[in-house]
Each structure stands twice: as C-alpha cells, then as structure tokens.
Design a protein around this ligand. Sequence first.
Ligand code: USQ
Length: 403
Amino acid sequence: MKILVVGGDGFCGWPTALHLSNLGHDIVITDDLSRRKIDIELEVESLTPIRPISVRLAAWKEVSGKDIRFENINVAKNYARLLHLIESEKPDAIIHFAEQRAAPYSMKSSYHKRYTVDNNINATNNILAAIVEAGIDPHLVHLGTMGVYGYGTAGMKIPEGYLPIKIETDDGREITQEILYPANPGSIYHLTKTQDQLLFAFYNKNDGLKVTDLHQGIVWGTQTSETRKDERLINRFDYDGDYGTVLNRFLMQSAVDYPMTVHGTGGQTRAFIHIQDTVRCIQLAIENPPQHGERVQILNQMTETHRVRDLAKMIADKTNAKIEYVNNPRNEAAENELDVENQRLLGLGLNPITLEEGLLEEVTENRQEICAPLRQNQNPLHFLLDHNARNRQKIIHALNDYY
Ligand code: USQ
C-alpha cells in the first residue's frame, strides 16, 4: 500500500512510519518540523537525542534497505503543496498526525490557543478538502484522543464513538438513533479534536470519504521494535510540563531523585496505551478500512485505565521515589471514574503490553535495545542522562515548567 504519513516526524508519527515501512508499505512522510521548533521556544528538549530528519531517513535506509520519502510541508498553511502531493502520489491511505498535541501547551496564552486552533483545524480541513479536490479515494486514519469524551462515564462504559439514544416523538412514538458521543473537551487542544470529529462526519456524509478516527489515551514508553534498531532512529522522550505525559514525567522524576509531582489528590483516572501498541493499532486500522458508504469508524485506542496517584505509587514501589501532591495547575475534576469500551481493536488482534509487565522494564531493566552503550548494563534513564551530558538543573527546570 502507498501510505502518506502527515506529521511523520513526531512522537507517534515517526514510529508509525517505520512500523509500516518495515511491513513493506511504500511510505511518504510530510511534516513541518514544528515539534522541533517548539522545543526551541520552550527551551526544553527530548531526553533521547533526536537526529535531523535526513539522518533519521538515511539511518532507516541503512538498517532496513527501505526508502521513506520526505516533504517539508505545513499542511495547515500550504494547501497547494499538499494538494499537489496528494494528486501526484495518489496514496491508498493517509494517516493524519499533523496537529499540536499538548493540552498544557494549548492553554499557555492566547497565542498558544490561537496557534493550536489555526493549526489543528486547518490541517484537518485541508487534508479532507485536498482528498476531495484530487478526486481520489484513500482511507483517512486520524489520531484523535480519549479526551473528546471528557473523563466521566455517567455509570456506563464510554462507547466507541457513538451513543445510542431514544427520543419520544410528538405523536408518542419512540425513535432509536446513534449520535456522536457528546463532546466534552478539557483544553483547547482537546477542543480541536472534537471539531475534527464534526469535519470527518461532514466530509463522510457529503463526499463519501472513508475515515477512521482513533481515540487514543495517554501514551507511555519510548521505543518500538523499529526505533530500537539504531540509535539514530530513537523516539522522543518528553518530560517537561507541557509535552511530557504523566507517566514519562514520573519515570524521569524518579530517575533524578526528584519527587513525583501528583496534581491535586491524584484522583484523575485516565486511559493509557504503550507506544508499541499505538503503532500496532494504526496498522490494524489501515488493514480494516470502513466500507464505502459506512459512517466514520471510531475506535478507542487505549488498553487500560489508572488513577494518577496509583501510577505514582506503582513507580514509588519499584524505585523508592518520593511522591509530592502539588496544587493542580489544570482545571479538571479532582476525582473521576473511567470505564472505556475497547473491544474493537482487541477484536482485530491487538494484544496489549500492560503497565504491570512493561513498567518494570521501562524503569529498571537493562534495555540493551535503546542505544548501543546500554550494553554496559545501565539503567536506561540514568544512561541517557549521562549520555546527553545535560546538567541536572536544566532537567529540574523542565520538570517544573507548568503552564
Ligand atoms: N498529571 C500529574 N502530574 C504531572 C503531569 C500530569 O498529576 O506531572 C496529571 C494531569 O493533571 C492529568 C493527567 O495527569 O490529570 C494526565 O496528564 P497528561 O499531561 O499525561 O495528559 P493529557 O494532558 O491528558 O494529554 C495527553 C497527550 C494528548 C492526548 C491525551 C490523551 O499529550 O496528546 O490526546 O494525553 S487523554 O488524556 O486520554 O485525553
């Protein structure tokens, strides 16, 4: 299959591009490299050394013998170049990762709110409009978020996208329908993903586009079997207050003997998935497109739920790290239950990596795969700290950097 990976230089896009290339698909990446520029803006960087895109691609060619082509395009702004690419490549599938993905970043200031809305919604609309204008019929797979549902369950499992409702008509009949689960975003970033859902529903109804929307939970872990193959292919490990997700922050904090910063009571329950399962889910979505005329296919891409304070305790038990309950910088419910339906991806063959089994490896094992020098039996996080020769102060600064 020819697959266009839009936003293929980022944390989920890069390992997905490699995974699909490894399976024999013909991959073209577009990216505006904005994630790299945001590192400069925030004065933070991935703990793992991220090579320039040209070095990444050359390393992949060396390791796998496979070519991945790259076009530097801002798809939210440069519609003409996006359209030209889609017309000339005629991809069978397009995977859309090209959105600003940090909730805290999207809430920092009016600049960040406006950037996130402009970028994310225009990127989605431009991709959809370009597919229609090019007159081709690819399967569009989009990385959405569990946060479109909000995190409350009203005593039921959150369904996969659609909620059955019953309405009583004026003449007393009862009608049953399925509607998009009511959107309840908790940040401007999450709001853009709820808007994406309406764009997909409209283009699906109006133009018959085939769309799969994957509502993903919080990703943990760093490496996949492909990014492990060479140090130059390594994936991002963000731990700062904007882009570092909770588990990666806790792992980093425990590695530098800094107390784990649990927001509020830590009663927030969230859905989680390992990065290796992310790339597998996207493969499963690509292999199982919706039929022509079918509504947007929505799959919940998560494998387990946990309360934030339980995660901190799980890590503390393995590392003796301290826990600090800090004022919650976010406007979110202090406690919530979360029960999520995820049978569809499991039914397609997903066999999840659980936190119980994978976390131990992430924290303590000698992960020889991460980089060659790890073969000297060092803890991966300690090794990476030394390897990058970053001073501890800089890391502590990033760990503290809340919006
Ligand atoms: N949290 C802490 N301490 C920290 C950092 C976070 O207690 O040091 C708490 C937050 O208050 C929140 C929870 O952990 O209750 C999750 O925060 P997060 O930063 O790990 O995740 P979030 O902002 O929700 O966003 C991440 C990704 C986003 C994705 C989303 C999936 O950045 O792209 O869409 O997870 S979900 O959360 O299911 O909506």
